[in-house]
Design a binder for this molecule. Structure first.
Ligand code: XUL
Ligand code: CO
Length: 440
């Protein structure tokens, strides 16, 4: 098979002093951090759609990148060329996993039967590559948002026939995920939401989404899927309002419909910031609810109100992300999927490599710095001290749920006005973070 990225090498680790653009400066896969290798801490994944399919098309113009990989686009030959390109790319970057939508793998045919036959053919081809390289599938999903039939949603659609079609797509995407040994299955509710409440029965739609997810769980478990189902929250875009607005909303939904045992969150940085949160906020909310499943690793632009899917660059954000992940004990069935795309003017094969080097190094640096923050201990010590007043008998009684309102009211009268709580010392804590990030 001809090499596709012919002029591009296997990317080595050369260390922070290196000026070689095609080398890692921080991602040293065998380096041990807190007892585990960077490779184990950071199961990186390539998103099939951005890396192998997207050409940089935007609302104002066509793509700039050529992703034909030497085959006519829209054919099965092209689908196979993408597999060849993808596996060569992942091997050269040392990426252990990939994520896919059904329609990223093959061109959609006129009938489900034909599309499914194409999926069977391509997954056979992928399986051979997986066996040859040791590269694995992180998660699969069904694209239930691009085809015009999903204009009103998939689980939330008003059309029972579209709903039925969505079920068929999920079934096949689950079959493919299980066939490829995927550790997760994602629901990103791209069109599960509304444009106006004037035409929408929210309760009806949410019940239908939950029913579709329940059917997916039942079917998945019946074919031996032991991984996690993930909801990937996003507040808007393409819809004005999306039901899986943020982690807290999605967790509430899962609990309401009894789906919380099978589902976790796939938190995407740019989705969290679109919801008006920090990336760290949504990771924390997922983690404290035992639902931190996986991460879509990217970043947004704080000046723009949409999903720019940039490669991670902001080391504060990767550090805070890794702090949450380390404290949660890792991502058992998850990983760090670069749901990120090159900027439109970065259209060369080399740019694809440089983007992943940036993202992998930004997360490696985040991991190193998060571990240093934990080892430094000042942040944890401050938080512990901040709540120290609850360590006494009164605090413990309250924490144990044994205090009554009347009792506390009587005590408050007896104690008189409380002193001001201790200083939050945000500026001090921020200086600790900077000292750990940039200190000599
Ligand atoms: C869209 C998005 C999706 C999901 C998978 O914003 O993030 O690519 O990750 O459907
Ligand atoms: Co995503």
């Amino acid at each position: 098979m001809p090499e596709i990225f012919r002029s591009l090498p296997k990317v080595p680790y050369e260390g922070p002093q290196s000026k070689n653009p095609l080398a890692f400066k921080y991602y040293d896969e065998d380096r041990k951090i807190l007892g585990k290798s960077m490779r184990e801490h950071l199961p990186f994944a390539m998103a099939w759609w951005h890396n192998l399919c997207a050409t940089g098309t935007d609302m104002f113009g066509p793509g700039t990148a050529n992703k034909s990989f030497g085959a006519p686009v829209g054919t099965m030959a092209h689908a196979k060329a993408k597999v060849d390109a993808g596996f060569e790319f992942m091997q050269k970057l040392g990426i252990g996993y990939f994520c896919f939508h059904d329609v990223d793998l093959v061109p959609e045919a006129d009938t489900l039967a034909e599309t499914n036959a194409r999926l069977d053919e391509i997954t056979d081809y992928i399986k051979v590559k997986m066996a040859d390289t040791g590269i694995r599938c992180l998660w699969g999903t069904a694209n239930m948002f691009s085809n015009p039939r999903f204009m009103n949603g998939a689980g939330s659609t008003n059309s029972v026939d579209v709903y039925c079609h969505a079920a068929a797509q999920i079934k096949k995407a689950l079959d493919c995920t299980v066939k490829l040994g995927g550790r997760g299955y994602v629901f990103w509710g791209g069109r599960e939401g509304y444009e106006t409440l004037l035409n929408t029965d929210v309760k009806f739609e949410q019940e239908n989404i939950a029913a579709l997810m329940r059917m997916a769980v039942t079917y998945g478990r019946s074919i031996g899927f032991t991984g996690d189902f993930f909801i990937e929250p996003k507040p808007k875009e393409p819809m004005k309002h999306q039901y899986d607005f943020d982690a807290a909303t999605a967790i509430g939904f899962l609990r309401q419909y009894g789906l919380d045992k099978d589902f976790k969150m796939n938190i995407e940085a740019n989705h969290a910031t679109l919801a008006g949160h920090t990336f760290q906020h949504d990771l924390r909310i997922a983690a404290i609810n035992g639902m931190l499943g996986s991460v879509d690793a990217n970043q947004g632009d704080y000046l723009l109100g949409w999903d720019t899917d940039e490669f991670p660059f902001n080391v504060y954000e990767t550090t805070f992300c890794m702090l949450e992940v380390l404290k949660a004990g890792g991502l058992p069935n998850g990983g760090f999927n670069f749901d990120a795309k090159n900027r439109r003017p970065s259209y060369t094969y080399e740019d694809m490599f440089l983007a992943f080097i940036l993202g992998m190094d930004a997360f490696a640096l985040g991991l190193i710095k998060a571990a240093q923050l934990i080892e430094d201990g000042r942040l944890d010590a401050f938080i512990k001290e901040r709540y120290a007043s609850f360590a006494g008998p009164l605090g413990q009684k309250i924490r144990a749920g044994e205090a009554t309102l009347a009792e506390l009211a009587a005590l408050a009268v007896q104690k008189g006005a409380p002193a001001l709580p201790g200083s939050g010392k945000q500026e001090y804590l921020e200086s600790v973070v900077n000292a750990v990030l940039f200190g000599g």
